[in-house]
Design a binder for this molecule. Structure first.
Ligand code: PLP
Length: 291
């Protein structure tokens, strides 16, 4: 296969970096997670312009000067799918500082760009999409810096996510639920979170969660379907007594949550509103619905 690297398609095995790559040492870089789905008209990347926009917003927050335009990145993303003959794929664009210099100033360092794509099934397992997953509130909070920096999908932000995900796995759970510094529910390690109670759809405000593109899609679907939506700070016990809960994300798609901290959510199965939103999501990404 091929990876797009600084403007050229290079063979997969040649898309390597030096051991002194700046972003490898300090963790400053930004990335995206996108999916292409098989549709009647071939592979279609779901909401590509929005993902590219968020990637450039992340770079702006981190003050990384990217030498490519969003249009070039959009084109390159499609090229990666074509060149690899992929029908469906997970896509990973990345901006990072190379090995041209060290030190925190990172002055004048070149921002490198790469885009890779590969076939990837459902992130939390096919069974998870139907049965739902078991989740544990994490001992790691969403922010490891004392400022709200959640608009950037930045590699330096994922230490907590990784520690939280591992902690949940080591404890026998499928995924972690991270709280913000005040103790309100923020999001999963790589997913936004929703709950349903008495027919109302709730999701945390975006003060401590990534502006998920799947989250936005689900909010649009719910609004179309006339489901009332409330965005507010939510506590973990509100989730404990919810009728339904689910995660959203490009990787996790729409994954029902059947248990949080060993408490069954609703009847412990995928709830009706979750199922309706999930099925509309899969119809839309596969091009069976035009929205
Ligand atoms: N929250 C975090 C921390 C993420 O890394 C992701 C991943 O993409 C999401 C939420 C979901 O965002 P999206 O739906 O745009 O993929």
């Amino acid at each position: 296969g091929f990876i797009w690297f600084d403007g050229k398609l290079v063979p997969w095995r040649e898309a390597t970096v030096h051991g002194l790559t700046h972003s490898l040492h300090y963790g400053l870089g930004c990335f995206e997670g996108e999916r292409a789905y098989a549709t009647e008209r071939g592979a279609a990347i779901f909401r590509l312009p929005e993902h590219t926009k968020r990637l450039f917003n992340s770079a702006k927050i981190l003050q990384m000067d990217v030498s490519f335009t969003p249009e070039e990145i959009n084109e390159a993303t499609k090229e990666v799918i074509r060149a690899n003959g992929l029908e469906s794929a997970y896509i990973r664009p990345l901006f990072f500082y190379g090995a041209e210099g060290m030190g925190l100033a990172a002055k004048g360092l070149k921002v490198h760009a790469l885009i890779a794509a590969w076939p990837w099934g459902s992130y939390l397992g096919q069974e998870a999409l139907e049965r739902g997953i078991r989740v544990k509130v994490s001992s790691f909070s969403r922010h490891h810096v004392n400022i709200h920096l959640c608009k950037a999908k930045a590699s330096g932000n994922y230490m907590n996510s990784m520690l939280a995900h591992r902690e949940a796995h080591n404890g026998g759970y499928d995924e972690a639920l991270l709280l913000d510094r005040e103790g309100y529910v923020a999001e999963g390690s790589g997913e936004n979170v929703f709950m349903v109670r008495d027919g109302i759809l709730y999701t945390p405000t975006l003060t401590s969660a990534l502006e998920g593109i799947t989250r936005d899609t689900i909010l649009r679907f719910a609004s179309d379907a006339g489901i009332p939506i409330i965005e507010k700070q939510l506590t973990r016990d509100e989730f404990y007594i919810a009728d339904e809960a689910f995660f959203t994300g490009t990787a996790a798609e729409v994954t029902p949550i059947r248990e949080i901290d060993d408490r069954k959510i609703g009847n412990g199965r995928r709830g009706p509103i979750t199922e309706a939103l999930q099925s509309r999501y899969f119809d839309t990404v596969a091009g069976r619905r035009n929205d």
